[in-house]
Structure formats: structure tokens, C-alpha cells
Write a new protein. Sequence first.
Length: 208
Amino acid sequence: MIGNSSPQVKPKSATWTVDCKDDRLSIAHAMSEGYKIALNGDGSAEVLKGDGTAYHIHEFECDCPDKQGRGGSYAGHCKHEVWVSQLRPCDLCGGIMALGEFLTAFGKSVKRFECESCGNARDFDLVKGERRVKRYGKPNEQDAHKACQAAIYEARFRDADHYVWDALQVRPDIAPAMVERLSQAKMGRLADEVAGRYGLKAEAIAAD
């Protein structure tokens, strides 16, 4: 009998604590350990170790031994891919935006990418949705419509906005469709809140 000689790894969680030097999946840990990351577009970069070893990531796929030989120790990802996911190019000045955690005026903690050079900020969930669309294509309009309508129905008849927010947490890529459907349902306040949260204010106004 011929067995599988590939090393087996117990999957680990790919979650991390933002800006924590003690969390090996946080970009703050990578910087504290002397890694250098040269970003070449969203999801593409060269990760350079202190000893000169370089790993290359293209569209969030790394060529390191952990990813290529073991499939990624962290829920199908290597630590380099997780690090790069916490960075993105700035749309305004061409600098680098890093993921941070911030408190809103209402005391709620939110994650967003922020550019140190120009102050440009992008919502974390919105960026996740954009990356999902880039990787898998735009969501099926019929599926997006069904997801939005189900959430809006519950929000309206149970008088609980969290049904809309819960749906967006799972599917941030349907945010534009959600704003449009909320506007059509005459739920302007919630439409504006969703638009503001996901940086879609212009679309919300156009939908009205």
C-alpha cells in the first residue's frame, strides 16, 4: 500500500488581533520581526525575511513552502497571505493603506483600512466584498435580490434593523443592491446608514 507522504497539518484559525505584535498573523507582528513587504497591487506583494528569503504573493496566493506544500496552516492560508490581506494600495495617493481598528462616535469598534500619507479610509467589509467580486465575479443579481428582500422583510416586519446588518456581514458584496432595495422600500434612513457604512453615499442618493 502506498500512503500519502505529504505532511498533514491541523488547520488553525486565520483570525488575528489587529495591530498586535504578539499575534503572529497580525501585520504588526511581521513588522516587529523585521519582515519587509513590497506591495504590488491589492493581493500581490513580495515578502522579504530578515535573512533575505523572499516569498511572492499573487492574488493572495503565496509560493512559500507552507502554502505550496501543506496548503496553508491557517484555514487554507499561510501567514504571508494573511499579512498581505491587511494591506492595500491607496486609491487617492498611491500609498499603502493598513488595516486598523477604530471607535465610532457611538462607541462601536470598526475595522477599516487607512492611509497614513493622505488619511484616506475604506471600510474593511466593503474591501472584503470588492475582493470577493474580483476573485469570484459579481454576485448573481437574482441571488442578491433574494438575500436583500429576505433581510428587508425581516427588518421591516420585526422592526429590527439587525437583519439587514446580519445579511451584509455574511455578504458584503450585496451592499450596493441592499442600498437600492432599501430605497425602493422607502426605508431611506436605513439605506443612508448602509450607504454611509459601505462608502456608497452617491449610489444611495441616485437610488432615491
